[in-house]
Ligand binder design. Structure first.
Ligand code: G3P
Ligand code: CA
Length: 275
């Protein structure tokens, strides 16, 4: 197995540097940028009053001191919650790996709910190119509103109509082919990623839903069906694999020549790639 520098594989920080810092917070994304990640992954949901926020779960119970569904709460409700304390050293005491992150209660913004708008500002101010992989969560519930608001926001930042897909610093990911179709209809140049937890029989030959350029298989698919990666590449698709945290999985991705590794541990993966 080679560990020669592999600069062509993009390292994407999944929910930020989420092994070390609380996922989907400014603290986690700042750390990912400091760690040298090429791109940041985030999940987006709509609040009851129509704001796009970066939260993975349908409910806020796991990652904050509040309760309830994101879709039933307004941004002001979410802003009153603490999205960091569940990940402090005290909370993780006794686990094998404690978070490598210092909770600074005085920096309240670092662990408040993160709007997509604030994340776009962070990326714009990063001082280097940092790409963004935005995943639409449960978009069917909102019948197109997630995509509509997402594209309106990207448009405000001048990111909805890149000169070409290859030059775009933003891509939209989803497990929902319908969501990606909506994105492509309104913003045809923006790259889209079809996420897969399993490979449906009609896609086994390496095809993706019409117009989607990038495949997003889970690492489990890649481990169990390494030949599928080559099939996707033969069909002309890039391959972005999630969520790759173990060194041997990084090595497998290198061996198979994937295009992006999505990981909770960007610093460790960059190190493994010789960067
Ligand atoms: O990057 C894709 C990956 O995030 C999909 O799974 O559940 O972590 O959003 P999930
Ligand atoms: Ca995600």
């Amino acid at each position: 197995m080679t560990h020669a520098p592999q600069r062509s594989i993009q390292v994407v920080a999944h929910r930020g540097a989420s092994e070390d810092a609380p996922e989907h917070t400014l603290a986690a994304y700042r750390k990912a940028i400091e760690d040298g990640a090429d791109a940041l992954e985030c999940d987006v949901r709509l609040t009851a009053d129509g704001h796009l926020v970066c939260v993975h779960d349908r409910r806020v119970n796991r990652t904050s001191n509040g309760r309830g569904a994101v879709s039933a709460l307004e941004l002001a409700d979410l802003a009153a919650l603490d999205f960091g304390s569940w990940k402090t050293r005290e909370a993780w005491h006794g686990r094998d790996e404690e978070p490598d992150w210092e909770h600074r209660p005085e920096d309240r913004e670092a662990t408040s709910v993160l709007t997509l708008e604030r994340l776009l500002e962070l990326v714009a101010d990063a001082g280097r190119r940092v790409e963004l992989a935005i995943e639409t969560k449960h978009p069917t519930r909102w019948a197109g509103q997630v995509e509509e608001r997402l594209l309106a926001l990207l448009n405000r930042f001048g990111l909805a109509a890149p000169a070409s897909a290859a030059e775009s610093p933003v891509r939209i990911m989803s497990f929902s082919a319908r969501s990606l179709h909506r994105v492509r209809t309104a913003a045809p140049i923006l790259p889209t990623v079809y996420l897969m937890q399993f490979v449906s029989p009609r896609l086994r030959d390496g095809r993706l839903p019409a117009g989607v350029g990038i495949a997003g298989p889970s690492i489990r698919i890649v481990r169990n069906h390494p030949a599928y990666v080559e099939r996707l590449r033969q069909a002309g698709h890039q391959v972005h694999v999630w969520t790759v945290n173990e060194p041997e999985d990084v090595d497998l991705c290198v061996e198979l020549g994937v295009d992006a590794i999505i990981t909770n541990r960007p610093r460790a993966v960059l190190h493994r790639l010789g960067r």
